[in-house]
Design a protein around this ligand. Sequence first.
Ligand code: FAD
Length: 341
Amino acid sequence: MTTTLATPVRAGKAAVGALGVLALASGALESVVQPTVPLLQRELDMGPTGGALLSILLPITGALVTPLAGRFGDRYGGKRVLIRLMIVVCVGGTVSALAPGLPVLLAGQVLQGAMVGALPLSFIVVRKHLSAGESKAAIGVVSGLFVGGGMVGMLGEDDEVHAFLNFARPEPPSDVFANPEAQRDLVAAVFADAGWEVPGMLAAMHEADDVFFDGVSQIRMPRWHRGRVALAGDAAYAPSFLTGQGSSLALVGAYMLAGSLADRDHTTGLAAYEDSTREFVAANQGLVGEGGATLFPITAQALEQRNDRLRKLGTTPSAEPRPAHSALTLPEFMPRKPSAG
Ligand SMILES: Cc1cc2nc3c(=O)[nH]c(=O)nc-3n(C[C@H](O)[C@H](O)[C@H](O)COP(=O)(O)OP(=O)(O)OC[C@H]3O[C@@H](n4cnc5c(N)ncnc54)[C@H](O)[C@@H]3O)c2cc1C
């Protein structure tokens, strides 16, 4: 039997460029909603629930539409489905722009969210019209521009200033945890003589409606798993920012958890995760006294030493890893071989 393959219709650089621009716009659309939510909340007089709904609608629609777009593109042709998808997105954009209130805006966002479906459709178009080598490069360009577009939302101007005020007490001030006014008063009293820009911060704190007040604590649990459920990171063993090791523990824990499950069943895998990781976690949680003294001193002398060290940071980056940081050598895990049959 002889099969004749149809010669692909060539797509030029301009067509790939156009798909790239589309990917850039799709990524940007995904990312620009989040920073504008507070503004939209004010303009359209919507509450926090409306804002939250608005934030998640685009990604959810995108997640639903992407596989469907790919499937329809395979069946009916990437270009044909892409054109129809863009008509839907244009309608969504118009509806969103003219929305007088939240319900119409949400409907517009659902339609606009379909734009992410352009990504798999672009891949289908590229694969159809370019050779295997060229389509790999074109898919790389399109994917890169999609990610690049996603960064646009981070570039917006943000004139908010956040202040982080810490203080040490022999005992947690449990009497103020449930009383926002008492929290403000306590912070104002502690920093009353602090000087510099602190009086301005304290004045702003009294006006702010998003003050977050809490005690610094660690999570210590006798076990991190039960049945098929296991915890990692802060949920299992938050070491607090006083250790500076929270992200490291979360990443190492996730690695150890995944690796421990790679070559055995969940019962022995989860037990192995705990056995292999607990000592490392305990050592790093134990840094809290040391870290607290270094970063958040409680005597005038220690404060002066810390400030001195910080002033010199620009010229002599301190590189003194503590033993706890490298108390675990990450093992190499081998994925379980698929069972035959
Ligand atoms: C002020 C401060 C300074 C810090 N400084 C450092 C530092 O210098 N170095 C360092 O290593 N660590 C630092 N940490 C700690 C570090 O940020 C955390 O330890 C680390 O982020 C923990 O990672 P995680 O993935 O376990 O949890 P998280 O980063 O908290 O991630 C949990 C995610 O789950 C989401 N989530 C929660 N509930 C739900 C739900 N019901 N459904 C779906 N999603 C949900 C949350 O929104 C969040 O995105 C600091 C922490 C704080 C607060």
